[in-house]
Design a protein around this ligand. Structure first.
Ligand SMILES: [Zn+2]
Length: 361
């Protein structure tokens, strides 16, 4: 269906440590991520009048710092990096922000929500899994084996994946125009994947740096986590997708994962459709009481292990909470202290309740 209308214009990708110019003064940098299904993150170097702007930074490892040094030596023409912008707090995006801003003695530009969340998580790191986190996953249906497995991994994963996040930052806000290389790049805030995700749109060049908000091949992760146990991030995400519809369809989207692509409108439609399909599956599954854990085989085909169980549970919960928000599913804490989710009334097709993508309340 709509995937046929998505087109990838580049035959070649930059090697690690190199940069490939994809539009006038806009360079594509690719860094490895040791996560199956992701493999690489795309970062962007924008040529400015007297230097460069970096958008997103890579995981906080020594290998990636070496790759950045190689990019700097080959691409910067002796001019300095002037600022670092991060789309959101996830460690593959924010990981090297501390090192880069110190290396070049420049500011970190982010939305308040993303900078604050990243700082908080890094400072919150500890060896033991906090009690409220354990309770959150018990309520989701985790048995002792899964809880023990999580306890062994500890609670410092985020901190270990980032260089120290700067204590101060330069706030960017939705609608703000940042002038880079004589072009206006407009900040477009999306929600759902992360609290206040910044995309950057340049009308002159017809480019959208979409971060993780819009990806061509994979669906951005939308998850519920212990810090906000009753969150409805899928509601935020489905509300955000149409805000990109006014952009021209011949915009070249520069995503953080997969390759740059044309076909933004078709992709926005197919992302909404993907979630509608999952919501339908959950409505049917919850005809019988389900936990956040037991619904997972209804929406994920692959076998889930280790940290992926946590990610998938967050994703399953995001869909359950969305349906609760629409009054289609109810939740009760059972005698064992586990939430049981059940469809309210007769089982119906999610489409009967109206499309979640267009006018979710
Ligand atoms: Zn992300």
């Amino acid at each position: 269906m709509s995937s046929e209308t998505i087109r990838f214009p580049f035959d070649t990708r930059p090697e690690t440590g190199q940069a490939l110019e994809v539009a006038d003064g806009v360079f594509w940098v690719r860094m490895p991520i040791p996560i199956p299904g992701l493999e690489y993150i795309n970062l962007w170097l924008l040529r400015d009048d007297d230097g460069w702007t970096i958008v997103d930074t890579g995981l906080g490892t020594g290998t990636i710092r070496e790759a950045w040094e190689s990019v700097f030596a080959q691409t910067l023409d002796g001019r300095p990096v002037k600022r670092v912008i991060c789309t959101h707090f996830h460690p593959d995006h924010l990981g090297q922000a501390g090192w880069l801003t110190e290396r070049w003695d420049v500011g970190l530009w982010m939305t308040l929500g993303e900078w604050t969340f990243g700082r908080m998580l890094a400072l919150d790191a500890q060896d033991a899994l906090p009690d409220d986190v354990v309770r959150f996953y018990r309520r989701a249906g985790f048995g002792e084996d899964l809880i023990d497995d999580y306890k062994k991994r500890g609670y410092s994963h985020f901190q270990s994946a980032v260089t120290p996040i700067p204590r101060s930052f330069r706030r960017i806000v939705d609608g703000e125009a940042i002038i880079i290389g004589g072009h206006e790049w407009r900040v477009m805030v999306g929600r759902g994947h992360s609290p206040e995700h910044a995309c950057l749109y340049c009308a002159d060049l017809k480019l959208l740096i979409s971060g993780d908000q819009v990806l061509p091949n994979i669906s951005p992760h939308i998850g519920v986590y212990p810090g906000e146990p009753d969150a409805n991030p899928l509601g935020f995400y489905l509300d955000s997708l149409p805000t990109f519809k006014p952009l021209p369809d011949d915009t070249l989207t520069l995503p953080a994962h997969n390759d740059p692509f044309f076909g933004l409108h078709a992709r926005l439609d197919s992302l909404a459709h993907h979630h509608d399909t999952r919501l339908d599956a959950l409505l049917a599954a919850c005809a019988e009481p389900q936990t956040a854990l037991t619904v997972l085989p209804h929406i994920f085909r692959r076998k889930l292990e280790g940290p992926n169980v946590v990610l998938a549970t967050g994703e399953g919960m995001a869909h359950l909470h969305y349906l609760m928000g629409r009054g289609l599913i109810g939740r009760e804490l059972d005698e064992a202290g586990v939430y049981q989710y059940r469809t309210i009334g007769a089982v119906r097709h999610f489409g009967d309740a109206g499309s979640g993508s267009a006018d979710a309340a």
